[in-house]
Design a protein around this ligand. Structure first.
Ligand code: S3P
Length: 168
């Protein structure tokens, strides 16, 4: 069965909605950031700090390549993952990439007090610019988008529709 891969900006709900969606769809849930944290014993913030962003992106890429061995899962990617061509290329064509599309203000409101490295190291204006650039990348990478500004149960129900419609 196809994996359903969630992409979108930090704070769009990939993790929180993804977990609930997986439970309701009876699919295994994979959080790529969490997987990296478990594999390395370091938090994402520590990985950025100790090894730098380039190494983090390489680890993230390896994690995405590893999805080729998984089937039928719901996968929450990190916000940068599907903005890189090599990661998009590594995704199985049978999998379904869904963009969780929420406005910058919604995402920013959810992340502004977090310890995410990109939030700590960027001004709100710089993050908005990153958001604008990345939105185009998410739209290009995904085969469908869901309005992620809606209440979580509505986002989950839209994702359940996607999973029914794309099951293969
Ligand atoms: C990142 C998003 C984070 C995490 C890392 C880099 C990004 O994941 O992968 O901090 O480049 O947007 P979330 O989108 O789950 O916060």
């Amino acid at each position: 069965m196809n994996n359903i891969i969630l992409c979108g900006f930090m704070g769009c709900g990939k993790t929180s909605v993804g977990r609930r969606f997986a439970r309701q769809a009876k699919r295994e849930y994979i959080d790529l950031d969490l997987q990296l944290e478990e594999e390395t014993g370091l938090t994402v913030a520590e990985l950025f700090e100790r090894f730098g962003v380039a190494r983090f992106r390489d680890l993230e890429h390896e994690a995405i390549r590893g999805l080729a061995r998984r089937i039928g899962c719901v996968v929450a990617t990190g916000g940068g993952a599907l903005t890189f061509a090599r990661n998009i290329a590594a995704i199985d064509r049978r999998d379904t990439v869904v963009f969780l599309d929420a406005p910058f203000e919604v995402c920013y409101g959810r992340i502004k007090n977090s310890d995410r490295p990109l939030v700590r190291s960027n001004t709100p204006e710089a993050l908005r610019q990153l958001f604008d650039t990345r939105r185009a990348a998410y739209l290009a990478a995904a085969s469908t988008a869901v309005d992620a500004a809606l209440p979580h149960d509505e986002v989950v129900s839209a994702l359940l529709d996607v999973s029914r419609l794309t099951a293969r």
